[in-house]
Design a binder for this molecule. Sequence first.
Ligand code: RB5
Length: 145
Amino acid sequence: MKIAIGADHGGLRLKAEILAYLQAKNIPCHDFGTYTSESVDYPDISLAVAKAVAGGEYDRGIIICGTGIGVSIAANKVKGIRAALCHDVYSAQMSREHNDANILTMGERVIGPGLALAIVEKWLETGFAGGRHERRVGKIGQLEE
Ligand code: RB5
């Protein structure tokens, strides 16, 4: 599984923690920035990751900002993206099983790195349940046509 990851300045440190985690697990990933603490506009990073996932270059994306909200709103504007803002492990699991979320967003100013990594682990290992959820996710996709 190839992961696209990105963050604005508000998520820079948590992005580094997640990158280190992915690299330690030998999970292929690409860092779409930002790379310094200089202020940037979160839609720019979010849309770069979302387009890379929607285009099929990457299987899933992880995007961090201060709250996780702005990057989630922006990513969900891209056709084919189902970005889920998750700050607990249960929601992360459900976002995969029920919603087939292909992007996970989190807020560095909301949760600590320990919980964030537990969320990432659960989100990456959980598959889509399909069945009735396939129909429901399909109805979301129809909104994009
Ligand atoms: C940046 O200050 C902050 O607005 C951003 O990281 C994010 O929280 C937006 O939703």
